[in-house]
Design a binder for this molecule. Structure first.
Ligand SMILES: Nc1nc2c(c(=O)[nH]1)N[C@H]1C(S)=C(S)[C@@H](COP(=O)(O)OP(=O)(O)OC[C@H]3O[C@@H](n4cnc5c(=O)[nH]c(N)nc54)[C@H](O)[C@@H]3O)O[C@H]1N2
Ligand SMILES: Nc1nc2c(c(=O)[nH]1)N[C@H]1C(S)=C(S)[C@@H](COP(=O)(O)OP(=O)(O)OC[C@H]3O[C@@H](n4cnc5c(=O)[nH]c(N)nc54)[C@H](O)[C@@H]3O)O[C@H]1N2
Ligand code: SF4
Ligand SMILES: [Mo]
Length: 868
């Protein structure tokens, strides 16, 4: 049995994973030796083995909808790109890449686009994610340097999480923080988020800030620091930054941020008093029309208070994707050149020399939102999308789909056969996925780790860098893309980072440029810089020509989304614990669908009452751009006036479940990052005539007016349905047409229907005026092994396993422990803590990410007892 050391392909924590293949089945465990996780994995990481199957994979290249050979697909791409460049010039071509590509893939894409096609129109989904953070760092340090490490988080006195739900989005780092706090009871944790999230579980203070107002809070903090005599004038622009903050006293901040003044002062007090403080920030900060300024407002308070450049301190932007950082390092954004170089004369000349090209793009290219707008205007005529799903993840996604439909040439490199974006592709390239591809990624703390292959390449799938290099060849640039192995790509990238770099560029991994292939294969996780010249990163030194760190003056601005009588609420969007982005990798894993199985919308109790929304009922949410349907969750954790919905669902998994259909494409003027977290909407209850659960062996044709949500079931199709018109008679007729034997119980909207063929269950359908409770495990079992007795078949028709009590909504996905079981253990077996629940039921004992929910259940029962 060989274990392969590799890295998790989900979040930017970048955990080390040990993968084993036995009889084709992949099992994984955390790598004890990896400094990001020391053996831990979260639920998504633990379920990696369940995502490596080939069902739903894209395995063959295709052109205009027909499967073709690689030669044909590459020739078609080369010829069509060539024709567009010849007629309209290089600016008519664009690449849209992803923080989920490996560094080698990313380097190849950037080199081809900027260096040889000769336009800088290569942007990435990191524009929707990290670009405000990049702008913030570059403005402050002069370089895109994330100054902190995970150890700094553990060794701080005050950990501020702002716009970050790390408990769900960076679970292993969060668990490290939980443990550090247990070991150091002096440590304080502050969470700043309009919602009370699972991350607040360990918070000493939660500031439920009004959406989009964080700059006010941090500018006010700068003012408070200055008043106490902090703030060294050594920083460039410090006087202007101080002046901009001057009028932001506590009262003004409190009014601007919708917070009680006492809470604001108490937070300021905590920050100023703490010997060491670290601020972790993510999408609640970056995804804003003034996200860059918010990042600088955060950096400013660390500079002014001296809480930077030393252990346990600093402004720490957590990266989202596994290789968002690698993308920044190679220059994968349209606004950067390569290896931390910019569109400046000396850098342009240097990169052109290194690549040996005369075609290097001389000016920055189009940023994501602009790029798709330019396709819409017909200026960009060819787009190559790799490793991202923009028809789902870009704002105003219905417009993005229209644009893709009209674009003369869409090329998509994908691992999934069906995505919302790839339906518009003229040419599809099948890429290698996790476990098959081989290269490097960089995590949030600048640590480069290896992703290694432990599975054979399936079908015709090829590595992304290989596909790019072969297209480069077709375009006549073969000599510059003649690599035979990803190791050669990495070496070139590492060499460029050190090329004519005498310490002017922080990103320097020249020390890795000469690694042999064996040494690269064995490369242990390492934080950059790894310079040939033996330099270390001195965070007190800026990388701009004057060598000074800068405090950017910030004038707080609110969000651009404006509520109005027709759209009185602000819709926030983000992650849920067990899904990854557009669900192409997690949406078909039953274990990961147990926690939250359909789009939900979280509403505060007063808003629920005002808009007549019932818990568990459905609601329609709409903006001027689109509409979505979600299940209502009424919760005290939501701020009045705000709603929250997951970003994950899309047309492949639901009808009208896609939040970006509603979001306007408003962006930050400096970073180009969209304001994805704030959209003015309205909400109204929707009570369909009937709702039902449908399970079948193969897809059942459904009329277009039905609402549906696809669920994950092993080897089966499972959809939840609802509608205002009955379709049950049509479904019955359809089953009979198939020659199936039908077993039926019905009255009004209540239909329970089983269809059999030669003793095998073919289809099961349970509907009612509300969603009937159907025992998922019972039904899945019946498809595998048909119940033998008539009595058992009748029991199945009821949809409930009478012999086994229902477990309720799954809370712990690792061990499939349900809410009802947990409540029983609390109420009947006297469990009083999450630890006791873990001992009895195992829940919360693996990845720990359900512990906040266990505690909430404990608290809810405690409340019942006091009321009694
Ligand atoms: N389970 C899971 N984990 C993931 C991912 C995933 O898809 N699934 N994706 C990864 C990626 S790419 C990323 S970028 C990260 C994102 O990680 P996070 O940024 O932590 O996740 P989000 O849920 O997008 O948003 C974080 C929080 O910002 C809050 N917020 C919204 N508006 C505001 C505001 O105005 N101010 C403040 N202070 N907070 C606000 C939201 O309520 C939300 O709780 O997660 C990574 N990890
Ligand atoms: N409203 C709203 N919108 C958001 C956000 C939000 O919080 N709210 N968050 C934003 C953020 S932070 C992010 S990062 C984006 C994420 O949005 P996307 O990048 O669009 O989401 P993914 O589902 O990760 O898309 C990755 C695609 O690449 C494919 N893929 C996986 N591995 C490989 C590979 O090795 N090679 C190739 N070629 N393809 C591969 C997957 O099947 C999938 O289709 O969404 C952004 N959009
Ligand atoms: S915390 Fe992130 S990197 Fe670690 S196992 Fe979970 S998803 Fe993977
Ligand atoms: Mo992201």
């Amino acid at each position: 049995m060989t274990e392969t050391r590799t890295t998790c392909p989900y979040c930017g924590v970048g955990c080390g994973v040990l993968a084993t293949v036995i009889d084709g089945a992949v099992s994984v465990r955390g790598d004890d030796a990896h400094p990001a996780n020391f053996g831990r994995l979260c639920v998504k990481g633990s379920a990696l083995g369940e995502t490596t199957g080939l069902e739903g994979r894209l395995l063959q290249p295709s052109v205009d909808g027909h499967d073709v050979s690689w030669e044909q697909a590459l020739d078609a791409a080369g010829e069509r790109l060539q024709a567009i460049i010849a007629e309209h010039g290089p600016q008519a071509v664009a690449f849209y890449a992803s923080g989920q590509l490996l560094t080698e893939d990313y380097y190849a894409a950037n080199k081809l686009m900027k260096g040889f096609i000769g336009a800088a129109n290569i942007d990435t989904n990191s524009r929707l994610c990290m670009s405000s953070a990049v702008t913030g760092y570059k403005r402050a340090w002069g370089a895109d340097v994330v100054p902190c490490s995970y150890e700094d988080v553990e060794r701080s006195d005050l950990v501020v999480l702002v716009g970050s739900n790390a408990a769900w989005a960076h679970p292993v780092l969060y668990q490290r923080l939980v443990q550090a706090k247990q070991q150091n009871p002096q440590m304080k944790v502050v969470v700043i988020d309009p919602r009370r999230t699972a991350t607040c579980d360990i918070a000493d203070r939660h500031l439920a800030i009004a959406p989009g107002t964080d700059a006010g809070l941090f500018v006010g903090l700068l003012n408070a620091i200055v008043k106490r005599g902090g703030c060294v004038d050594d920083f460039a622009d410090a006087p202007a930054a101080r002046e901009a903050a001057q009028s932001w006293g506590v009262e003004r901040v409190a009014a601007f941020c919708g917070l009680p003044p006492e809470e604001v002062s108490a937070f300021y007090q905590d920050f100023i008093a703490a010997p060491k403080a670290i601020t972790l920030y993510t999408m609640g900060i970056n995804q804003s029309s003034s996200g860059s300024d918010k990042c600088n407002a955060i950096i400013n308070v660390h500079l002014a208070s001296g809480k930077f450049g030393r252990e346990g301190c600093g402004p720490f932007s957590l990266t989202g994707q596994p290789n968002a950082m690698g993308g920044r390092e190679v220059g994968g954004l349209a606004t950067m050149l390569a290896a931390h170089m910019n569109f400046e004369p000396a850098d342009l000349a240097r990169v052109a020399r290194f690549w040996g090209t005369e075609r290097l793009a001389q000016t920055p290219g189009l940023m994501a939102v602009d790029l798709f707008a330019a396709i819409g205007r017909g200026e960009v005529k060819a787009v190559w999308i790799m490793g991202t799903n923009p028809a789902v993840s870009l704002p105003d996604s219905h417009a993005v789909s229209q644009v893709l439909k009209r674009c003369p040439l869409v090329i998509v490199s994908e691992i999934a056969a069906q995505t919302e974006t790839s339906q518009y592709a003229h040419i599809r390239f099948p890429a290698l996925g996790w476990g098959e591809k081989n290269g490097t990624v960089t995590n949030s703390e600048r640590r480069i780790s290896r992703q290694r292959a432990f599975l054979p390449a399936p079908g015709e799938a090829r590595a992304d860098w290989w596909i790019i290099a072969r297209v480069a060849e077709r375009l006549g640039f073969g000599a510059a893309f003649a690599w035979q192995h990803p190791h050669e790509v990495f070496s070139e990238h590492a060499a460029l980072s050190g090329f004519e770099n005498n310490g002017q560029r922080a990103f320097d991994i020249s020390g890795l440029a000469e690694l042999s292939r064996e040494a690269w294969d064995e490369l242990a996780p390492v934080r950059w810089p790894v310079s040939r010249r033996n330099v270390t990163l001195d965070l007190h030194r800026g990388w701009r020509s004057d060598g000074r760190l800068r405090m950017v003056p910030v004038t707080p601005r609110g969000m651009q989304a404006q509520t109005q009588p027709l759209y009185p609420l602000i819709l926030n969007s983000g992650r849920i614990r067990d899904q990854w982005h557009t669900m192409t990798r997690t949406g078909s894993v039953p274990r990961l669908m147990q926690h939250i199985a359909q789009p939900i919308v979280e509403v505060s109790p007063p808003d629920a009452a005002h808009f007549a929304l019932l818990p568990g009922g459905l609601a329609r949410i709409s903006s001027p751009h689109g509409v979505m349907v979600a299940k209502v969750v009424v919760t005290e954790s939501q701020r009045r006036g705000s709603l929250f919905t997951p970003m994950h669902w899309n047309d492949c998994f639901a009808r009208q479940g896609k939040v970006n259909g509603l979001v306007a494409s408003v962006v930050d003027p400096h970073s180009g990052q969209p304001e994805s977290k704030q959209t003015a909407v309205r909400i109204a209850p929707w009570q369909p005539l009937w709702q039902g659960e449908l399970y079948s062996r193969s897809e059942v044709p459904l009329p277009g007016h039905l609402h549906w949500w696809r669920k994950a079931a092993p080897g089966l199709h499972h959809v939840t349905l609802c509608g205002d018109r009955l379709v049950q008679h049509e479904m019955l007729a359809w089953c009979q047409q198939q020659g199936w034997q039908v077993q039926l119980a019905n009255a009004g909207e209540i239909w329970h229907l089983l269809a059999w063929l030669d003793g095998r269950l073919m289809l099961g359908f349970w509907s009612g005026d509300a969603l009937p409770e159907v025992d998922d495990a019972l039904v899945c079992r019946a498809f595998n092994e048909a119940p033998q007795t008539l009595a058992a078949r009748h029991a199945l028709l009821s949809g409930q396993d009478l012999a086994r009590p229902a477990v309720g909504k799954i809370v712990c996905s690792c061990f499939s422990v349900g809410e009802k079981t947990i409540l029983e253990a609390i109420e009947k077996q006297g469990c009083r803590t999450s630890g006791e629940l873990g001992e009895r039921l195992k829940c919360g004992t693996n990845c720990g990410s359900c512990i906040p929910e266990l505690k909430a259940l404990l608290a809810s029962t405690a409340m019942k007892v006091t009321i009694l």
